[in-house]
Write a protein that binds this ligand. Structure first.
Ligand code: KG4
Ligand code: ZN
Length: 344
């Protein structure tokens, strides 16, 4: 074994199979195999996802080790996503990690996927030096399955202070895109088309939820009614107004997210603001945060694009910090599809 701490991270919670190598907190490789088969079905099909993970896992790990330029025997521990996620998908990564740990006689580390998204901010990358948030900070984690505001006091002390009571922000993007006839996942496409559109062209009513929680299901229904009514009047409405529709729905989703984030910053008196999860790749969300940075005197932290969407580097970095405190698990471990983020 190397005298350095080298962690192999494995991520298989949804529809991306990923493996990464992190050496002393620095990423050496981060290989992601995305499953395109789901586009045909307009969403992730769990059964197909598990099968694709089963096919991808060995080649992806092999590539991660080769690209990192290390030997398998130098790996100090293997970290894997235990949850939250799809059971069949999680089982592939969990079983692989257990076997790898047993075969190489190295420790096994279980990781909460949501904690991984947050700790992605601590990945050292040789390409770009990005400032790391200082504790305590607020993290808005926005993905296809989750929307949370997390008060991060430490690497392992995190509290969810607000979350969605129905759909996630990524789901709101994807479902709006689907209603417009765009392929899955539609979030990145809305982002692209919105660049040419007017965000004030159409108005959608925002949810009226107390406290720091979110809701996107009302917006989804409102959007569906809007599309149905407009296309009844003009069958070419979507085609001819695509950019304006995308810019307007994107603006509304971002406003909903920002209203709660501002409220959380005031209530906690914290101005260290981070974002994480697939939706943090959204260009308008990123520029809105840059603007708020000036207006509200926030310190804003945005991960490099490849660490926003699902990836194993975020699992490996979390594994690295767990390794430093000897936080290992055993062969009896099973996936937790509803693994809550409540670490104290
Ligand atoms: O974190 P992630 O890769 O997987 C989950 O854990 O869910 O997030 C995927 C979500 C999808 O809903 C996708 O549409 C959304 O992130 N997403 C975006 C963008 N890139 C990915 N949404 C809006 N704009 C983007 N540029
Ligand atoms: Zn995720």
């Amino acid at each position: 074994m190397s005298k350095h701490t080298i962690i192999l991270g494995i991520e298989s919670s949804c529809d991306d199979t990923s493996a990464a190598i992190i050496k002393e907190g620095k990423v050496l490789s981060n290989i992601i195999a995305s499953q395109h088969i789901h586009t045909l079905y307009g969403g992730v099909v769990p059964e197909l996802a598990s099968r694709a993970h089963q096919q991808n896992i060995i080649p992806v790990v092999d590539q991660a080790i080769k690209k990192a330029g290390i030997l398998k025997s130098e790996i100090s521990a293997v970290a894997f996503t235990r949850g939250p996620g799809l059971m069949g998908s999680l089982l592939v990564g969990t079983s692989f990690a257990k076997a790898f740990s047993m075969g190489l006689k190295i420790p096994l580390i279980e990781v909460n996927h949501m904690q991984g998204h947050i700790l992605a901010h601590f990945i050292d990358d040789s390409d770009v030096k990005i400032a790391k948030p200082k504790f305590p900070f607020l993290c808005l984690t926005v993905s296809g399955g989750h929307t949370q505001i997390v008060l991060v006091k430490d690497f392992f002390n995190m509290a969810v202070i607000g979350e969605t009571i129905d759909d996630a922000a990524g789901e709101a993007f994807d479902k709006a895109a689907k209603m417009m006839g765009l392929p899955y996942p539609g979030g990145p496409l809305i982002d692209t088309y919105a660049k040419e559109g007017n965000p004030n062209a159409f108005r959608f009513s925002k949810p009226k939820i107390q406290d720091l929680n979110f809701s996107f299901s009302g917006l989804k229904t409102g959007f569906m009614n809007f599309i149905t009514n407009e296309t009844a009047k003009n069958p070419h409405f979507i085609e001819t107004h695509k950019a304006d529709i995308c810019a307007s729905i994107q603006r509304t989703i971002i406003d909903v997210l920002m209203d709660k984030l501002k409220k959380a910053a005031i209530e906690t008196n914290i101005n260290q603001i981070a974002i994480a999860g697939g939706v943090s790749a959204n260009s308008e969300l990123r520029s809105t945060l840059e603007q708020l940075k000036q207006e509200l005197n926030w310190q804003v932290y945005i991960p490099k694009f490849e660490y926003c969407t699902d990836n194993a580097a975020m699992i490996a970095i979390t594994g690295y910090y767990k390794f430093l405190k000897n936080d290992f698990t055993n062969q009896g471990i099973a996936p937790l599809p509803k693994y809550l983020l409540a670490i104290n």
